[in-house]
Design a binder for this molecule. Structure first.
Ligand SMILES: [Zn+2]
Length: 331
């Protein structure tokens, strides 16, 4: 394993260690998290001994791309049986096809709002969530989130979130109440190790947007040359069944942009330059504030590729840009 990959994996393991340590005291049932913490500690220990990433069966290197998705893996792909391997590949391909069907239509076009997004798993499937639901009154509900972990289990939780919001979205509930209900349903139907951070909002035709941020990275509202951060004002979904949420109202002017993203963008790491960071994203968004949403998303991807300079992406990536149309359709 090269030094660069090892340093990324070590960072990931340490990051997980810290997250687990702060989550354990808050968890209603800490046992699964304590078990995970032990596995992370064992992996760090193997890293110190120089035996990290070796297959339990053949003692050869476990594939780096797979370790980047799950640093706790202990078996190389060769030591799945051929049958297991074929079944796994077919399952993953099907899972990804199903997951892509849950994304907003790429040509989704609303009278007052223009949408652009990018959605890309780091492995075969993604634990990120991205949706835009047009509402009968000409407005829309939008959401972007990140389920804890990566891989198949997280992607299943992502499709669960999708179903929850698709069911609640059309009921016309106030946003804070809708989030409270979504949290209860998610919490009661998932294992304690799973939670999701999420930023969402309901926009009407006039530019008024109610937003709520459940423990997610700040959404960026780009207006003139200013960037206002829509900071977290509630706990992630699924941590506590009785969490309550509050909504904030912002008035979005014509041509203003909202930019939502997951940590696959803002916390992408280059071993030399460190973390991509919110400052870099906010400056980029300011430079591209007059672009259409699809171009802004493209600019984010180009800048991320430039920042990584060939270093591997290590997390699922989702970016959603929403613009209130600069002038009315038909003007
Ligand atoms: Zn092996």
């Amino acid at each position: 394993m090269d030094v660069q990959t090892e340093s990324i994996l070590k960072h990931q393991l340490n990051d997980r260690r810290e997250r687990l340590q702060s989550a354990i005291p808050l968890a209603p049932d800490p046992a699964p998290l304590v078990g995970l913490l032990q596995e992370v500690d064992d992996a760090l220990e193997r890293m110190n001994r120089g035996t990290y990433g070796l297959c339990l069966i053949c003692n050869d290197q476990v594939e780096e791309q797979r370790l980047l998705v799950d640093p706790l893996l202990r078996n190389c792909l060769d030591h799945l049986t051929a049958e297991q391997q074929r079944a796994l590949e077919q399952d993953l391909e099907l899972a990804w096809r199903l997951q892509r069907e849950l994304l907003p239509r790429p040509d989704l076009d609303l009278a007052e709002w223009e949408i652009g997004y990018h959605y890309e798993p780091v492995g075969p499937v993604s634990g990120d969530y991205c949706d835009v639901i047009p509402l009968p009154d000409g407005g829309m509900f939008f959401a972007l989130g990140d389920v804890s972990g990566k891989g198949i289990a997280s992607s299943m939780m992502m499709s669960h979130l999708h179903a929850i919001f698709r069911s609640l979205g059309g009921l016309g509930l106030p946003l804070d109440e809708m989030m409270g209900r979504a949290n209860r349903v998610f919490c009661e139907s998932t294992m304690p190790a799973f939670f999701a951070t999420l930023v969402c909002g309901r926009a009407d035709r006039s530019g008024e947007v109610e937003t709520c941020n459940a423990g997610h990275l700040p959404g960026l509202w780009i207006h003139d040359k200013e960037v206002t951060r829509l900071e977290a004002n509630g706990l992630p979904l699924g941590l506590f069944c009785n969490s309550s949420y509050s909504a904030e109202k912002v008035r979005i002017g014509r041509g203003d942009l909202l930019l939502l993203y997951t940590d696959g963008l803002s916390e992408a790491r280059n071993p030399v330059a460190g973390e991509y960071g919110l400052e870099r994203l906010a400056s980029l968004a300011t430079v591209h504030r007059l672009d259409a949403p699809r171009s802004l998303v493209g600019a984010c991807l180009d800048d991320l590729a430039q920042f990584l300079g060939g270093a591997p992406r290590t997390d699922d990536l989702a970016i959603l840009a929403i613009q209130r149309r600069p002038s009315k359709v038909g003007d």
